[in-house]
Design a protein around this ligand. Structure first.
Ligand code: SAM
Ligand code: SF4
Length: 325
């Protein structure tokens, strides 16, 4: 629990800061700097962290990156983590480029929930956003995931004003046809090239307007889990869409998330300007008490919330790919 009474049950683990595409709102086009392979947490170290964090209240784990499917032998980590019975929800967020090959081995290892990041169904806009021409591979990954029988597949779309407005309707139509929920994420100031401005944020309310004009009324769904980041809305036929409105409607007072970076730093917020280095504590089985103290005190230090909407806002030193979204 932090000093504002928020309990933390959700852990995001980044398994690599590398990525095979270059979304402009996350990575620089060229010259991205990555942690040395030798500085990445090993799977045993990640498992050790989880073994200490679960008795402290962690119930949900999401693997992320960079692009998590670039981490060799990822199914081995999934198998280790899916053995924790108190973890009710183990999920993975991927850009889908390598998913056609990885979907089945990950499912075999125990993964049941996937978020596939797809901002557009337009190949040219995909290339413009990601600076790579991999749209067909992502679609192949999505098809492969559908065939494997994942319990939950969701699509994550980052929304950018002046660029992705046409995708709002087409992604929802695609999601509806395929029986998967789409979650729109407002563009946050976490890019590596300082491209963010308030004017480039396509807000949840603006997207709701676009969708209502096309598909009719959307109704807010009362939250089954008030700590979940996405606000859910439903159309008359029951089909749902989600909005992660971190910029226009910050949900910091509901935040239950803690992050572990691929190089072993704990962070209490995406936007935090401080972090706790736990890597050395993870290198031995003899440091359980110190690790427990480090987790508790990192959570206790958590600030009230980010200040994106204020002039005092200072963007974190790590861009999104190096934190783990
Ligand atoms: N590579 C994987 C992917 O793209 O899903 C996992 C890591 S990525 C950093 C996690 C999520 O962060 C992405 O799904 C994308 O929606 C989101 N993201 C990245 N940069 C963002 C930004 N500046 N603002 C909002 N969301 C962002
Ligand atoms: Fe890679 Fe994901 Fe960042 Fe896009 S959002 S550059 S896919 S880490």
């Amino acid at each position: 629990m932090d000093s504002f009474g928020r309990t933390h049950s959700d852990l995001r683990i980044s398994v690599t800061d590398r990525c095979n595409i270059r979304c402009f709102y996350c990575m620089p086009e060229t010259g991205a700097e990555f942690a040395k392979a030798a500085d990445l947490l090993t799977f045993d170290e990640i498992e050790r962290f989880v073994r200490v964090a679960v008795p402290l209240g962690i119930r949900k784990i999401r693997l992320t990156g960079g692009e998590p499917l670039m981490r060799p032998k990822l199914p081995d980590l999934v198998a280790k983590l899916s053995a924790f019975h108190d973890v009710r929800d183990l999920a993975l967020t991927t850009n889908g480029v390598l998913l056609a090959e990885a979907a089945q081995p990950l499912h075999d290892a125990g993964l049941r929930r996937l978020n596939i990041h797809l901002d557009t169904l337009d190949r040219e806009r995909f290339r413009q956003i990601t600076r790579r021409d991999d749209f067909a591979r992502v679609m192949a990954g999505f098809e492969a995931a559908k065939k494997c029988g994942y319990e939950v597949v969701k699509l994550n779309a980052v929304a950018i004003k002046g660029l992705t407005e046409p995708d709002v309707v087409s992604l929802v139509r695609f999601g509806r046809e395929n029986g998967v929920e789409v979650r729109f994420v407002e563009f946050m100031p976490l890019d590596a090239q300082d491209l963010w401005s308030m004017d480039s944020v396509l807000t949840a309310d603006e997207m709701i307007d676009i969708l209502q004009r096309e598909f009719g009324p959307l109704t807010a769904v009362p939250d089954a889990d008030p700590r979940a980041p996405a606000a859910e809305y439903s159309f008359a036929d029951g089909y749902r869409v989600g909005f992660i409105a971190s910029v226009s409607k910050p949900f910091c007072m509901n935040c239950n998330r803690l992050r572990l970076t691929s190089d072993g730093k704990m962070r209490y917020c995406l936007f935090a300007n401080e972090e706790t280095n736990v890597r050395s504590l993870l290198q031995s089985d003899q440091t359980v008490n110190e690790l427990e103290t480090a987790i508790r005190s990192t959570v206790w230090q958590k600030w009230i919330g980010h200040e994106i909407n204020r002039t005092s806002f200072v963007a974190p030193q790590r861009p999104m790919y190096a934190i783990g979204g």
